[in-house]
Design a protein around this ligand. Structure first.
Ligand code: FAD
Length: 441
C-alpha cells in the first residue's frame, strides 16, 4: 500500500470515471483521478457546439472544479500510457515527463473511445469526427467557413460544392447534426448573406444501414427520417461510402462534391485492452466479468465505452447511462471492500431509454414501451440533458441559450476560431496564399 489508506486510481474523468470518483467521496481512501484533458465533457451536446448553438464552455467543466469539495481526491492532468497489473501501477505522461509510475491498490479504467474509420484512416484528413471539444470547434470552423467562402466566391458554379454538407453515419450524432445544420441554414443564416442563399445548401446524410437511428424502433426511425426530409435533408441509406477525398465522397459509384464532409459513424475503444493484455471483444473492448472487474484481477475494473459486458445475451450499448451506472457500481463495490464488507451482487444495467433530437422542437424517445416523437419528446430530451450537465451553472446557461435560440433562431457561438493561424482550405485558397507569399518577396 502506498500510504496508510488504500489508493484508488481512476483513469478518465468522463461519465464513468467521474461517477466512480463521486461515489467514493466519503470513502477512507486516497483517490487519484487522471485525465489527459482538464475537463469533463458532456458529449451528447457536442453536436450543438459543432453547429454553433452552444459555446464549448457550456458543455464542459474543469474536473478539478467539479471535485473541489472532495478532500480525498487528487486530480492529475496526464495521459496514461500503460499499466503493470502485477506491480500494480499505471504509467503516466505529463507535460515534461513520460512513464511516471503511479501505484494503486484499486484501478478503474474509464478511458472511453475514439473515432474509427473502419480501416480507412486516410478518410480522417477529409472527414473529421466529433469526439472532443477541439473536434467540435474544428467542425464548427469548417461549417461556418464554407458559407464565408461561398459568399466570397464570384463564380456561382462553385457555390453548390461549397454549400454541400455530407454527414457519414446516420446514428444519433449524424441525425442530430444534419437536423441542426438544416435549422442553421433555414433560420439563423437566412438573411445575412448577399451573394448566396444559405437555404439552398445541400445536406446529405449517408449510411450503409437500411434506416436511420438503427437502435430505435422502426416506427421512430421512420419518424426521424420523415422529419429530416421535411427539413430538406437528403437521406441516402443502404450504401457504404467508397471514397472520401478533398473533392467530397463517392457513394454507390456516384460522386457527391463537397468541401465539408463530417464523420459521424464508428468508434473504437481506448487501448485499455492492450495495456492490460487481457481478452477483448472483436471491437477491442475489454471483456469484463459480471462485477465489471478484469478476469483474474479483482482489484482492476474497466467501465463505460471501453468495457464489454453482455446482459441477457446482448452486449451493453456504448451510452452515457451504462458508463455512469457502471462507474457508480464500481465506486460502491470498492467502498464496501475497503470498509471490510462483502462484494455486492453482479452489475445490472437499468435502461432508462434512448433519445435523439431532429431539428427544432422535435425528438424521438424510446423508453420501454413508451415510443414518442415530436415536441413532447423534445421537451423530455431537453429536461434530461439539462439534468445531466455536470454543474448547475451550465444548466442555467444552456437553458437560457436554448430558450433564446428557440425564440429568435440566433445561435450562441458563431465564431470561426483558428487556434493555429489561418489554414487554407482549398486548392484555390492555397494558390491565393502562394501568390501572396511570392508577391510579398
Ligand atoms: C458526439 C457524441 C454524442 C453522444 N450522444 C449520446 C447521447 O445522446 N446519449 C448517450 O447516452 N450517449 C451519447 N454518447 C455516448 C456517451 O458520450 C459515451 O457512452 C460516454 O461518454 C462513455 O463514458 P466513458 O466514461 O466510458 O468515456 P468518456 O466519457 O468518453 O470519458 C473518457 C475520458 O477518459 C479520458 N482518457 C482517455 N484516454 C486517456 C488516457 N490514455 N489517459 C488519461 N485520460 C484518458 C478522456 O479524456 C475522457 O475524459 C455520445 C458520444 C458522442 C461522441
Amino acid at each position: 500500500m502506498p500510504g496508510s489508506v488504500p489508493r484508488i486510481v481512476i483513469v478518465g474523468g468522463g461519465f464513468g470515471g467521474l461517477a466512480a470518483a463521486k461515489v467514493l467521496k466519503n470513502a477512507p481512501a486516497e483517490i487519484v483521478l487522471i485525465d489527459r484533458g482538464n475537463h469533463h465533457l458532456f458529449q451528447p451536446l457536442l453536436y450543438q457546439v459543432a453547429t454553433a448553438v452552444l459555446a464549448p464552455a457550456q458543455i464542459a467543466s474543469p474536473i478539478r472544479n467539479i471535485l473541489r469539495k472532495q478532500q480525498n481526491t487528487t486530480v492529475i492532468l496526464g495521459e496514461v500510457t500503460g499499466v503493470d497489473k502485477d506491480k500494480k501501477c499505471v504509467f503516466v505522461k505529463d507535460a515534461d515527463r513520460t512513464g511516471v509510475p503511479i501505484p494503486y491498490d484499486f484501478l478503474v479504467l474509464a478511458t472511453g473511445v475514439t473515432h474509427s474509420y473502419f480501416g480507412h484512416n486516410d478518410f480522417e484528413k477529409f472527414a473529421p469526427g466529433l469526439k472532443s471539444l477541439a473536434d467540435a470547434v474544428s467542425v464548427r470552423n469548417k461549417i461556418l467557413h464554407a458559407f464565408e467562402q461561398a459568399e466570397a466566391e464570384e463564380d456561382p458554379s462553385r457555390h453548390r460544392d461549397l454549400l454541400t454538407f455530407v454527414l457519414v453515419g446516420a446514428g444519433p450524432t449524424g441525425v442530430e447534426m444534419a437536423g441542426a445544420i438544416a435549422v442553421l441554414v433555414r433560420n439563423t443564416l437566412k438573411s445575412e448573406f448577399r451573394r448566396i442563399n444559405p437555404e439552398k445548401a445541400r445536406i446529405v446524410l449517408l449510411d450503409m444501414a437500411p434506416r436511420v437511428l438503427g437502435t430505435f424502433s422502426e416506427h421512430l426511425s421512420q419518424a426521424a427520417k420523415a422529419r429530416l426530409e421535411g427539413l430538406g435533408v437528403e437521406v441516402r441509406l443502404g450504401h457504404g461510402v467508397d471514397q472520401i477525398d478533398a473533392d467530397g465522397v463517392i457513394v454507390a459509384g456516384e460522386r457527391i462534391s463537397s468541401q465539408t464532409v463530417i464523420w459521424t459513424a464508428g468508434v473504437a475503444p481506448s487501448p485499455a485492452g492492450k495495456w492490460l493484455n487481457v481478452t477483448t471483444d472483436r471491437a477491442g473492448r475489454v471483456r469484463v466479468q459480471q462485477d465489471v472487474s478484469v478476469p483474474g484481477y479483482p482489484d482492476v475494473f474497466v467501465v463505460g465505452d471501453t468495457a464489454s459486458l453482455d446482459q441477457d445475451g446482448k452486449p451493453l450499448p456504448g451510452v452515457a447511462q451504462v458508463a455512469i451506472q457502471q462507474g457508480r457500481y464500481v465506486g460502491n463495490l470498492i467502498h464496501r471492500v475497503i470498509s471490510g464488507k462483502s462484494r455486492p451482487g453482479p452489475f445490472r444495467y437499468f435502461d432508462k431509454g434512448n433519445m435523439a433530437v431532429v431539428g427544432k422542437g422535435f425528438a424521438v424517445l424510446q423508453s420501454g414501451k413508451v415510443h414518442l416523437s415530436g415536441f413532447v419528446a423534445w421537451l423530455a430530451w431537453a429536461g434530461v440533458h439539462l439534468q445531466f450537465l455536470a454543474q448547475s451553472s451550465l444548466r442555467v446557461s444552456v437553458f437560457l441559450q436554448w430558450v433564446w435560440t428557440y425564440i429568435t433562431g440566433q445561435r450562441g457561438s458563431r465564431l470561426i476560431v483558428n487556434h493555429h493561424g489561418a489554414e487554407p482550405r482549398t486548392q484555390v485558397a492555397k494558390e491565393a496564399q502562394l501568390e501572396l507569399t511570392s508577391s510579398s518577396k
